[in-house]
Design a protein. Structure first.
Length: 608
């Protein structure tokens, strides 16, 4: 073996030592880099437009992820309600002070920052020439363990693009996993926020929008933009809202899907401060570009009417919902019996408050009717309007009656010869201040004669503007059968009580029954419900008693089979000569008495 020199051995040792030292140095450098990266990773950035709840925000200031002030005020408003601000709820791991960064673009404009209701910052950010830099001097932001409300407002067009939070602080956002999207968390433009609980600084408060507004400029009107994730099972959308006033029948919400043409949804409310839901039907969604994927749905106020509707939430649904557009029936375009007649643009009543600038006036009665049974349309004792409505199918229909009056009165409405439904006409304060009354009617498929009476209170009058009808839903076969049974009993009650066949509207009962579906007929014939069974039994009694009714024996099942065979032994009630029954009864008693007398005489003979 060749021996290594001392010099060679020393060189080898030095080289190994150098490599080892280099490895240690590289490891130290690498560790330093990883540590710096870890420190950077301890902060999390969120785009402002995606996470802030926005009050009076109008523009994005040229930054698609930013939020900007609404208008150029001379000074900050005294009330936070009027400020343009972004609000977010932060969750802190422990009660401490934290460093929060804000990426912004602005000149030297005033800034206010509130933390849990306390004014934390009142100054300005450095002018960055509308660049996109981070203001990171918010180093001692006091947060409580748990939820905290952080609000930032910039005067005169300042833009916030991102919020940057440190380790130990997370951002609380809405949970959309159940298909519910909160309006207060949507992308809002030119919209005020409202709160439940203890208000804007309450981290537990529920946030929703105030009334959507429209000042005549479509680019500046209130707008809520929802980014929703639909699936193939999504069939319809529920929009939950609140209404702080009466809608008077002409308020609408505009809907645009994925930037498409707007669709207007009518909103009817008859009371103040109410929460309700309006549905965007299946065919409206599909025809306006809704897809089983990501969608943008914009809700806005389409017309310049009173600001009454605020938004609460939007919910994706799996149910198929049919579209039923309201059919408006102008009162002045239909048959009017009595009243002051058709009025268009008359005096102070022609002030633009009326649909199509017309209405029917002075609808009422000169006497008080205490029940609907007293209404007489043949020799009218009350004014009324009448028109034909083509019902798409048997179902429940919402009916909205727009009217104006000076007191609290009552009127009635019905479809065909069905039961009268009471309409409560609460005072609208004056004769040219219309409001909407709401009732529901059950209708069969086909043409329906709708009759709306005037007020049934003596001295009470109403002006009628229009009647809107919207199908609310379909009726099941057992519901149709039950409703007909109730109708049959109501219509035959007076005639049966008076034992007067002329008071029974047989032809109307027949036409109503034959109009229902075959399955509903089977339900009426075979149903075990007590009301249905009683109606069937009454039908059989009537055809057995009256030959005129038996001659038109129309009760059939779903296969057109006659249900009851009319008896040939009629027990006829002659309403024109009721003494006939007295005579029949007297004859029966007389024959019975003679029979008893004969038996008694026979027994006497035997005894003698």
């Amino acid at each position: 073996m060749k021996k290594r020199s001392l010099f060679s051995m020393l060189a080898t040792i030095c080289l190994g030592t150098t490599m080892a030292l280099l490895g240690v140095s590289l490891n130290i450098i690498q560790s330093g880099i990883q540590k710096a990266s870890a420190e950077e990773a301890e902060t999390t950035s969120y785009y402002a437009r995606q996470v802030f709840q926005m009050n009076r925000i109008r523009y994005d200031g040229g930054w698609s992820n930013g939020i900007s002030t609404r208008n150029q005020d001379a000074a900050f408003p005294a009330n936070i309600w009027d400020m343009s601000y972004g609000r977010v709820v932060l969750n802190a791991a422990a009660t401490s002070t934290y460093k929060i960064g804000l990426r912004y673009a602005a000149g030297t404009y005033p800034v206010k920052i509130f933390v849990n209701g306390v004014l934390f910052f009142d100054g300005s950010f450095p002018d960055n020439g509308w660049g996109n830099t981070v203001y990171d001097d918010l180093t001692n932001v006091p947060l409580n363990e748990g939820k905290n409300v952080f609000i930032v407002a910039i005067l005169n067009w300042g833009v916030i693009n991102e919020i940057i939070v440190p380790a130990g602080v997370t951002l609380l956002d809405e949970d959309t996993s159940g298909g519910v999207y909160l309006a207060g968390c949507s992308d809002l433009q030119n919209t005020y926020l409202s709160y439940t609980g203890n208000g804007v600084h309450d981290p537990e408060a529920f946030v929703y929008t105030s009334e959507l507004s429209y000042d005549g400029n479509t680019s500046w009107r209130s707008n809520a933009k929802f980014d929703v994730a639909a699936t193939a099972s999504t069939k319809s959308v529920d929009l939950k809202y609140f209404c702080d006033q009466y809608t008077d029948g002409i308020s609408e919400l505009g809907i645009s899907i994925n930037g498409g043409a707007a669709y207007n949804l009518p909103v009817y409310e008859t009371v103040k401060s109410v929460q309700n839901t309006v549905t965007i039907p299946t065919d409206v969604l599909t025809s306006h570009g809704f897809v089983a994927d990501a969608n943008t749905i914009e809700i806005f106020k389409p017309i310049n009417n009173s600001e009454k509707i605020g938004l609460i939430s939007l919910t994706l649904k799996d149910e198929e919902v049919a579209s039923y557009s309201p059919l408006r029936n102008e009162a002045e375009d239909h048959m009017v019996v009595g009243g002051g007649g058709v009025l268009k643009g008359v005096g102070d009543l022609g002030n633009g408050n009326w649909s199509d600038d017309g209405f029917v006036g002075e609808m009422g009665t000169h006497t008080t009717l205490t029940s609907s049974s007293q209404i007489d349309l043949v020799t009218p004792n009350v004014n009324y309007i009448s028109f034909t409505y083509a019902a798409a199918s048997a179902g429940v229909y919402d009916v909205y009656i727009r009217y104006a009056n000076g007191g609290d009165y009552t009127s009635y409405i019905r479809a065909n010869q069905g039961s009268w439904v009471e309409v409560s006409l609460l005072s609208t304060s004056w004769w040219d201040n219309p409001r909407v009354a709401h009732v529901t009617l059950n209708m069969q498929q086909g043409n329906q004669t709708i009759v709306l009476t005037g007020t049934t209170n003596q001295g009470g009058w109403a002006n009628y503007d229009y009647v809107d009808i919207i199908q609310k839903g379909t009726l099941s076969n057992d519901q149709i059968a039950y409703n007909y049974a109730v109708y049959f009993r109501e219509q035959t009650s007076v005639g049966c009580t008076a034992q007067n066949v002329s008071l029974i509207p047989w032809s109307s009962l027949k036409s109503e029954y034959l109009a229902i579906s075959s399955d509903a007929k089977d339900e009426f014939v075979d149903g075990t419900d007590e009301t249905i069974a009683d109606a069937r039994a009454r039908y059989q009694v009537l055809i057995n008693r009256y030959p005129a009714l038996a001659a038109d024996n129309w009760l059939i099942d779903g296969e057109d089979n006659i249900v009851f065979a009319a008896s040939s032994n009629y027990r006829v009630m002659n309403e024109q000569n009721p003494s006939l029954w007295v005579l029949v009864g007297f004859t029966i008693v007389l024959i019975s008495s003679l029979g008893l007398l004969f038996i008694s005489m026979r027994r006497r003979k035997v005894n003698y």
